[in-house]
Design a protein around this ligand. Structure first.
Ligand SMILES: Nc1ncnc2c1ncn2[C@@H]1O[C@H](COP(=O)(O)OP(=O)(O)OP(=O)(O)O)[C@@H](O)[C@H]1O
Ligand SMILES: [Mg+2]
Length: 234
């Protein structure tokens, strides 16, 4: 479904992503793990169109997308749930959700999506008129995920959704990711929380200094020496 081929992303003269290639099959959960500054966010942004790539190609559903503007990529079914939630603080929960549907026109279908996310996240229905900035960190993360589902994506990319959450909320976020997978969506999960991300993944990649250093099934990576030593402290 997604194919990233020999991609490079540079900030000025400095490359953050160097010759990265990987793919995601439809219906899979793929995890990309790596430490601070490894290039995880840079890579996700290059897929959603917030970063321009300087080399390589990105294909989605048989279409080359790396030259398309971000809003067009959303229309094709790519949703990016950003690091740090980025909800609109001063807007209500409801208005934040509607903004997630900005590329869509059919009012009836937008309403159906709203019902769907309210069912998945009852707290958002309860708090629909509350200003997003006054929600708790965990609630804001739920809102960010729900907003990302309002564009009816095929591929959902989550950038460190568990960052700063309590263990109980991390478990909740993982359950939600499983639910999203069950709905038939494809998921790219970018995480520093290596254990959880790889347990959940059908396939995983380790990103180090802008390069994919290791790849394999979640199980293979969790039992590999590199991951054990560098990320799990074993
Ligand atoms: N807009 C930018 N301008 C210049 N350098 C940048 C920019 N964005 C990221 N970088 C650099 O690119 C490298 C990769 O950053 P990136 O944010 O992609 O890492 P990350 O893996 O998401 O890290 P974290 O886990 O801390 O979020 C870092 O060295 C960072 O300083
Ligand atoms: Mg990041």
């Amino acid at each position: 479904m997604l194919e990233v081929k020999n991609v490079e992303v540079k900030y000025g003269a400095v490359p953050a992503i160097k010759d990265v290639s990987f793919h995601i099959n439809r219906g899979q959960v793929v995890s990309m793990v790596g430490s601070n500054g490894a290039g995880k966010t840079s890579l996700i942004k290059s897929i959603s169109g917030l970063n321009q790539i300087t080399k390589g190609e990105i294909w989605f559903d048989g279409i080359r997308i790396d030259t398309l503007p971000a809003h067009q990529r959303i229309k094709y079914g790519i949703s990016h749930i950003p690091e740090g939630r980025m909800v609109f603080d001063k807007l209500s929960v409801y208005d934040n959700l509607l903004l997630g549907a900005f590329v869509r026109e059919n009012e009836k279908e937008i309403k159906e999506s709203l019902e769907m996310v309210y069912e998945m996240f009852p707290i958002l229905k309860e708090r629909s008129t509350q200003k997003a900035g006054t929600m708790s960190g965990g609630q804001q993360q739920m809102l960010a995920i729900a907003r990302g589902l309002m564009s009816t994506p095929k591929l959902v990319m989550l950038d460190e959704p568990s960052l700063g959450l309590s263990p109980a909320l991390v478990t909740e976020v993982l359950e939600i990711i499983k639910k999203i997978k069950k709905e038939g969506l494809t998921i790219l999960l970018v995480e520093q929380d290596v254990q959880d991300a790889l347990e959940l993944a059908d396939y995983g990649y380790v990103l180090q200094n802008g390069v994919i250093s290791t790849r394999g099934t979640g199980e293979e990576l969790l039992s590999s020496d590199i991951v054990k030593k560098a990320y799990l402290g074993l």
